[in-house]
Design a binder for this molecule. Sequence first.
Ligand code: GDP
Ligand code: MG
Length: 594
Amino acid sequence: TDPALIRNFCIIAHIDHGKSTLADRMLQITGVVDDRSMRAQYLDRMDIERERGITIKSQAVRLPWDGHVLNMIDTPGHVDFTYEVSRSLQACEGAILLVDAAQGIEAQTLANLYLAMNADLHIIPVLNKIDLPAAQPEKFAEELAGLIGCDPSDVLRVSGKTGVGVRELLDHVVASVPAPVGKADAAARALIFDSVYDTYRGVVTYVRVIDGHLSKRERILMMSTSATHETLEIGVISPEPKPSELGLGVGEVGYLITGVKDVRQSRVGDTVTSATKPAAEMLAGYEHPKPMVFSGLYPIDGDEYPELREALDKLQLNDAALVYEPETSAALGFGFRVGFLGLLHMEIVRERLEREFGLSLISTAPNVVYRVVMEDGSELTVTNPSEFPTGGKIAQVFEPVTKSTILAPAEFIGAIMEICQGRRGQLQGMDYLSEDRVEIRYTLPLGEIIFDFFDQLKSRTRGYASLDYEPAGEAEADLVKVDILLQGEAVDAFSAIVHKDKAYAYGVDMAKKLRELIPRQQFEVPIQAAIGARVIARENIRAIRKDVLAKCYGGDISRKRKLLEKQKEGKKRMKMVGRVEVPQEAFVAALSTD
Ligand code: GDP
Ligand code: MG
């Protein structure tokens, strides 16, 4: 295709503002999907995506319109995947900024809009859901116009649901989004903006060609890893994969298949070039995914450990950002320490392990990555609280911090500030987007955000606040490790790294919880919370004489045998912590609450 006839664009929207519905309507109006085979959320292929209404994996689809080729590139909407969003944006020349006409701009829209502006994309402001009786198009057109510096009358109005205004929007994309420019004769350079594992075909890599040409049966080179592969198939998605004999030229968007089985060999952000005539330089901006949040994952049934390993191996084929290594816990047995991009990523992985692989899992409380500097100048990176050094030789501890942006109606400013202050936030600034909506900016430790921050924010603002955060380096903090001890033995699964001011509350809380959950033993069991050797909280489980046979003294012998067997079975699900028997359920319950 002549690059002059190509338009590459994406849709930026907050969750639920109607991106998938609008995309569906575009598929239908351009005739890519006929009315008969149309089903809601055509492009959201993963079950979890459809159920939660979020887009995890981006896709690209080619739409013919008015003699032109429109490539619609779907971007993930969530903060965990900011890097992937930035790569998808780099594949485009324009972005539709889609805002719910009854809700207005939200934090994630804003964050992604800034990314799009940084990438120099042409922005098309659009209000969606104008069919809703609660829509306030005048008000939010003002808001949008103020934000991007255009006239309110330039803001398009559509309904993805009814289709009103969607044709005009497609025309507008053709008229206003710049055509791609690139050097047709140069060595090939294509940007990987997504890569997806498919059981039957292996890895499907989504690319945008910047310079040159990619062909079928060509040896290609992945520039970040120097690995070479052969393109077995190359083509476009419209809406199903369609192989192309001509390959892909400047400005085109499509997929390629090389037979590799692991998405780590085809990384988002990498540059594909020709192996025989390689480009001199890769495209700017490649980054290796960096896990920000860690958690221990253990099978509830210890026998399922091999299945868990296999499931993680399989998931990793599809998820280059997932990292894990084996870990053993005295309390929980054999499992893995798993690294995630963020909380949503963690939830998705866990859900997929349970749903797609049928595993029952127990996960330890999530933690961030700490950098600990010792007095002798040595340094260590801690991804697991149990590795946190104890004793007085720590000089400094650093934790990751974020630049967080919260958007909410002005009436909630007080509540929001209270929550952020309680989590060691530092106010950076505040702006009114309109007379009753504010943008509040805080520096917040990531470790505080991953602990039900979002839930609290939502409940204190009746669901009206939205949050976005991005990594902003690290900061020194007064952090300590709190251990929980049963009869003097630390239970590794309950150790946590917390701020000094919160250590006492954590200790008391955990000790109380465990006293409720652990059954009495034949001896007294002290539960202690401690920082190093210093005990900060204490509870006691009183002793009982656990003579089950006393009850049926003189009773018949078969009843006696039954009781003994029952006791034996119960023992199997017990974990020993020192001399203390703890039922597995107690660990599960203690770790799963709040
Ligand atoms: P996404 O999260 O941005 O992909 O949003 P969806 O496309 O999944 O839409 C979220 C919800 O808004 C769904 O319940 C849609 O049916 C509804 N919705 C989407 N577009 C419109 C619209 O134009 N009008 C109305 N009334 N509802 C819409
Ligand atoms: Mg969606």
